[in-house]
Design a protein around this ligand. Structure first.
Ligand SMILES: NC(=O)c1ccc[n+]([C@@H]2O[C@H](COP(=O)([O-])OP(=O)(O)OC[C@H]3O[C@@H](n4cnc5c(N)ncnc54)[C@H](OP(=O)(O)O)[C@@H]3O)[C@@H](O)[C@H]2O)c1
Length: 332
């Protein structure tokens, strides 16, 4: 099969499109004919050896994807060949086929395309977990979303609006902010051209935001934390800017602020019941039209490495989806 291959941990431009053996389904697994793979920031990290998990080499990146089942392993009863599914395998989706443990698979909901299925669950799952389970965001509270034009950022804007919060979208360009506005952000803040802390304070009558969702980190983290309200909650979601911030803890003391970590993948494993409830809510929102992944680009497998590189350079918005499909495979 054709696959985007990481032969050694290193720069993204060392990824190569190549041939890999067709996978077979071990007990408890299914083989999926991949139709679409959504790109996420962790794809850029995992190939450089900078992510929490380090798959054995060689491997294909591609954490979430959608396709149809080709083969089922021993003991699999929930799925059959031809079923359309979404998978969160962590890696392996940037290939024509992928073997996945069924615990990381769910049916593709009715009315959702393969492309939407490949671009929905990781970012929306992270955002709903962060805002609902971790921050317990309340209707009428003010949420500031950093990196609001990115995958997790836009999902957070959608979900916070659905939860009845006032949303301040913060991002580095007019185009990213316009996208966040189209998803319902109430107020926009360009942190490339102005001071983030002062901007957030000005937009909250000097009180600060009740909750900050931060998938960016770097220098923005401390500025945003300093602009949270009394008992504000600051959600540590990711470090797309590269640097892991070091925060003076007096900032927590001074306003009884809470600094809260978010680790969606681990939370899904530890609390599958909560995750199932979140998935139900997300699908209701999708069906109602209030939650829609913003697919800004669709590319082919041979363009995927370049797309990951652009994502890592801050040059993309919303979600990029890689369209895959081997002629002869079900549905391709
Ligand atoms: N904790 C969890 O469970 C969890 C789950 C999923 C993802 N994440 C993390 O969340 C973060 C966002 O993921 P994503 O898929 O939404 O990424 P994304 O679509 O690329 O969005 C990241 C945003 O970060 C901002 N950014 C600032 N400096 C950047 C830089 N030097 N390079 C790249 N982006 C930069 C960009 O917005 P501006 O240009 O507007 O600043 C960009 O839109 C990543 O760190 C990812 O690892 C965490």
């Amino acid at each position: 099969m054709k696959a985007l291959l990481c032969m050694a941990y290193g720069p993204i431009d060392t990824l190569r499109l190549g041939d890999a053996p067709d996978p077979t389904a071990a007990p408890g697994e299914v083989v999926i004919a991949v139709r679409a793979c959504g790109l996420n920031f962790p794809d850029a990290l995992i190939v450089q050896g900078l992510y929490q998990t380090k798959p054995p080499l060689p491997f294909s990146p591609g954490a979430e994807f959608a396709g149809t089942i080709l083969q089922t392993g021993a003991g699999v009863t929930a799925y059959k060949p031809g079923d359309a599914v979404i998978a969160f395998a962590g890696h392996g989706g940037l290939a024509e086929r992928c073997a996945v443990d069924t615990r990381r698979v769910m049916p593709l909901p009715a009315g959702m395309s393969f492309e939407q299925g490949a671009a929905f669950m990781l970012t929306y799952g992270t955002a709903i977990h962060a805002l609902q389970d971790v921050a317990q965001l309340q209707p009428g509270e003010t949420l500031a979303v950093l990196g609001a034009g990115g995958g997790v950022g836009l999902a957070a804007v959608d979900i916070a609006r659905a939860m009845g919060a006032r949303v301040i979208a913060a991002a580095s360009s007019k185009a990213k902010l316009q996208l966040a506005q189209a998803h319902g952000a109430d107020v926009l803040l360009d942190y490339a051209s102005g001071d983030l802390r002062q901007g957030l304070l000005a937009l909250t009558d000097g009180q600060g935001a009740d909750v900050v969702l931060d998938p960016v980190g770097g220098a923005y983290a401390e500025a945003a934390l300093r602009a949270t309200a009394w008992r504000g909650r600051y959600l540590v979601v990711g470090f797309a800017a590269g640097d892991i911030p070091r925060i003076p803890l007096n900032l927590a003391l001074l306003k009884e602020r809470q600094i809260l970590g978010v680790y969606w993948g681990e939370a899904v494993q530890r609390n599958p019941k909560q995750h199932a409830g979140n998935v139900r809510q997300l699908l209701q929102g999708f069906t109602a039209g209030s939650l829609r992944p913003e697919i800004t680009e669709q590319v082919t497998l041979d363009q995927a490495a370049q797309a990951i590189a652009r994502l890592s350079r801050r040059e993309t918005m919303g979600k990029i989806v890689v369209r895959i499909g081997r002629s002869g495979d079900a549905g391709a």
